[in-house]
Design a binder for this molecule. Structure first.
Ligand code: IDP
Ligand code: MG
Length: 151
């Protein structure tokens, strides 16, 4: 079963969208296995977004992500990485498909509410960065067969 890192960025928290975003991931059938509310400092944010260092939007991105607390989570499910990216929508909200979180609640790329790992490999690296092993809680879900069962 795949796992992926999801962040509800500071704008999502400030706008009261934590519940809405979690609800959409739960409705999709994904399973929450770790969560914490954190205000990250600059060095940590720069490590998380290291791949974007040197890009024109990097400085603004670090200021945005460190400006206020955010909600960090690990979600699990079949093809969780692709499924969560699909539920989030394209990076640029005006290009995100209707029904996605970024389409339905955002307008600007610099205020696009969420982060989600973009590959299985990056998901592993990001989960290791954000969560200690003892902060992740696998659990058995009674409805599992009705969600992730296959024929
Ligand atoms: P992603 O979050 O959809 O994976 P990335 O390309 O990895 O998108 O960029 C990371 C984040 O940096 C975006 O979610 C967005 O908040 C911000 N960002 C990316 N490109 C721009 C830009 O051109 N202007 C402003 N912010 C940007
Ligand atoms: Mg990305």
């Amino acid at each position: 079963m795949e796992r992926t890192l999801v962040l509800i960025k500071p704008d999502g928290v400030q706008r009261g969208l934590i519940g809405e975003i979690i609800k959409r991931l739960e409705n999709r059938g994904l399973k929450l296995v770790a969560a914490k509310f954190v205000h990250v400092h600059r060095a940590f944010a720069e490590e998380h977004y290291a791949i974007h260092k040197g890009k024109p939007f990097f400085e603004g991105l670090i200021e945005y992500i460190t400006s206020s607390p955010l909600m960090a989570m690990v979600w699990e499910g079949p093809q969780a990485v692709a499924a969560v990216r699909q539920t989030m929508g394209a990076t640029k909200p005006t290009e995100a498909a209707p029904g996605t979180i970024r389409h339905d609640f955002a307008l600007e790329m610099g205020r696009n509410l969420t982060h989600a790992s973009d590959s299985i490999e990056n998901a592993k690296t990001e989960i290791d960065l954000w969560f200690k092993p003892e902060e992740i809680f696998p659990w058995d879900r009674a409805s599992e067969e009705w969600i992730s069962g296959s024929n």
